[in-house]
Write a protein that binds this ligand. Structure first.
Ligand SMILES: NC(=O)c1ccc[n+]([C@@H]2O[C@H](COP(=O)([O-])OP(=O)(O)OC[C@H]3O[C@@H](n4cnc5c(N)ncnc54)[C@H](OP(=O)(O)O)[C@@H]3O)[C@@H](O)[C@H]2O)c1
Length: 239
């Protein structure tokens, strides 16, 4: 089945909206050779990420990003209060996708939040690792040995937790799985004024890439330049 066909099938009108957010260097890298993650971005980009998290019901992230960056997901007190007043969790649900269960249970995403943390593992993930993750999170198993389908992730967040707005925070491998599944509705892309290079250094979308006939069209919604960084907001078009 062509990627375009999958996309048309999977993005139904009542599905939760999935927003991808990514920051990259001017040469399209999301980290550095020594895996410093998105530390190259400026304060406006970090503010954008906080705003998008504050608007989301759930954030979804890949295991390598948790292992490398160990985000704590702090939100300003005012945002937390506004969420509580609106009858939402004080902070968004955090979901990590870790087919082989490599994500450590000590990661900060699992601790210090009142909202649930979810872990998605593959069917054949190491049982001891899975048990340890089940102690700190709500565990979900995929149907494939070491992969979990993005459709299952979105469906679980929507049906068991009522999520309507999902923020996809990368990294490149997880973004690629969501793109292939046709589940990304919009994208925020920050271009930071650095060159990083490296054929093995991750870019916003990893995986195998698409053929010319399947490349995904974007509609530009907004563009702004602030403190040397370019902020792009796109709608992801259906074919
Ligand atoms: N600049 C930015 O905006 C930004 C944003 C996010 C991350 N980053 C950086 O990007 C780097 C990580 O990116 P990455 O592409 O290497 O990794 P990633 O997507 O964060 O994580 C890859 C891992 O996630 C799991 N995974 C992903 N898709 C899966 C699926 N469909 N089913 C099951 N498991 C799945 C697997 O975990 P298992 O190994 O457990 O199977 C896989 O090894 C880090 O350096 C991070 O700092 C930058």
């Amino acid at each position: 089945m062509r990627v375009g066909d999958t996309r048309a099938m999977s993005r139904s009108e009542d599905a939760p909206a999935v927003t991808m957010v990514v920051a990259m260097s001017a040469d399209g890298k999301i980290t550095t050779r020594d895996d410093a993650g998105p530390r190259f971005t400026g304060p406006s980009d970090k503010a954008l990420l906080r705003r998008l998290r504050g608007e989301s019901d759930a954030v979804v992230v890949g295991a390598a990003t948790i292992i490398n960056d160990d985000p704590a997901y702090p939100l300003p007190a005012e945002t937390r209060r506004r969420r509580l007043d609106a009858g939402r969790w004080e902070t968004p649900i955090r979901a990590v996708v870790s087919g082989r269960a490599t994500v450590p249970p000590t990661a900060r995403m699992f601790h210090g939040h009142e909202s649930p943390a979810l872990t998605f593992v593959g069917r054949d993930a190491d049982p001891a690792r899975v048990r340890a993750l089940a102690e700190v999170s709500e565990l979900h198993r995929g149907d494939h040995a070491t992969r979990v389908s993005p459709a299952q992730i979105v469906d679980t967040l929507a049906t068991t937790h009522g999520a309507r707005k999902i923020l996809l925070e990368g990294g490149g491998e997880l973004n690629s799985a969501f793109l292939d599944a046709g589940l990304i509705h919009e994208a925020y892309v920050t271009i930071s004024p650095w060159l990083i290079g490296g054929r093995g250094v991750a870019s916003p979308i990893g995986g195998d890439g698409l053929n010319f006939s399947d490349i995904v069209p974007l509609e530009l919604r907004a563009l702004r330049v602030e403190e040397g960084e370019t902020y792009l907001h796109y709608r992801v078009s259906l074919r």
